[in-house]
Design a protein around this ligand. Structure first.
Ligand SMILES: Nc1ncnc2c1ncn2[C@@H]1O[C@H](COP(=O)(O)OP(=O)(O)O)[C@@H](O)[C@H]1O
Ligand SMILES: [Mg+2]
Length: 289
């Protein structure tokens, strides 16, 4: 058994995820695995410099040696190219590249939910924004690759929404505002199963993100919703994700998939050791299949 692994973070996420990352490294070590934490930038630099075989596009001996020792990667960097690279060389990525690709693009998520026949908010994007959109204000304007609520805005008119998006409109989506703003349901999914449901509420903001001050409460989600969420995780082959729903028309609608889902809120409201559960899942899936 190769006893090395990589844990990859975007450089800007390392600091705030340090506790969880250190815990994963420690747990890997309990399983006899030397897991090294790297930023996506360090990893790309290393692969690019070592791969520099003039002209022929083959992997250099240095990269082959590097890959030979690695049994899996945990990719928390939101960069699907890295997951794809490792998968192409037979090394599993947690989450897999499809989950990383989809779970970091709100437009693709929306299309995926619709394809599965799940309820969603009305949404417009890209070219459609040149025309009259088929629903009225207030609008919720979101960057396709945003997270943590930092690139989610409310607009009172279409003109205001267009202004918020700036020149690259295809990087944004516009959504109808749900009729119960300020709350959402986060389902934590591990190995295709719901392990916890947390209701988040904000008194001050239409955004209920925990990182923006939303209050969290552990709940037992409806089995019907859990079944739908399991369908999503199963279709993607996702390992550890969050699935978020918002309230509209008296029921829940699917809002987003969180690929690099955090664990802070879960540690706060449950006794679950999600890092331990995640590492056990990875170990069993990688070595005991
Ligand atoms: N269509 C909507 N109507 C009302 N509130 C919304 C809508 N979409 C998102 N929100 C609120 O904004 C928060 C952040 O939006 P979200 O799509 O989850 O982006 P992020 O990935 O940045 O968390 C959500 O948790 C929810 O509370
Ligand atoms: Mg969110």
């Amino acid at each position: 058994m190769n006893n090395r692994a990589l844990l990859i973070y975007a450089p800007e996420d390392i600091e705030k995820n340090k506790w969880f990352a250190d815990r994963l490294v420690e747990l890997a070590s309990d399983h006899g695995i030397r897991m090294k934490m790297m930023t996506s930038r360090e990893l790309k630099d290393r692969l690019t410099s070592a791969q520099a075989v003039p002209g022929n596009g083959l992997l250099s001996a240095a990269v082959i040696n590097f890959l030979d020792c690695i049994s899996f990667v945990i990719n928390r960097s939101r960069d699907e190219e890295l997951s794809l690279f490792f998968e192409k060389h037979g090394i599993p990525s947690y989450n897999n590249s499809e989950t990383v690709r989809l779970g970091n693009d709100k437009l693709l998520e929306h299309g995926f939910f619709r394809k599965l026949g799940l309820p969603v908010m009305e949404t417009a994007c890209g070219d459609a924004l040149e025309e009259e959109i088929p629903f009225g204000p207030p609008f919720i304007v979101k960057h396709r690759r945003g997270h943590g609520g930092s690139q989610v805005f409310k607009a009172g008119s279409y003109a205001e929404a267009l202004e918020l998006m700036g020149p690259s409109k295809d990087k944004w989506i516009i959504q109808k505002m749900c009729d119960e703003p300020g709350c959402d349901l986060r389902l934590y999914m591990l190995g295709g199963r719901v392990i916890a449901g947390v209701l988040r509420r904000s008194e001050e903001d239409f955004r209920s993100n925990f990182s923006l001050g939303g209050k969290a409460e552990l709940i037992s989600p409806d089995p019907g919703i859990c079944g739908q969420a399991e369908k999503i995780a199963e279709s993607l082959g996702a390992d550890y994700i969050g699935i978020d729903l918002i309230r509209h028309g008296g029921s829940f609608v699917f809002n987003e998939i969180e690929d690099a889902v955090g664990a802070r809120m879960l540690y706060e409201v449950t006794d679950l050791d999600v890092a331990g559960m995640f590492m056990k899942h990875i170990y069993e899936k990688t070595f005991q299949n």
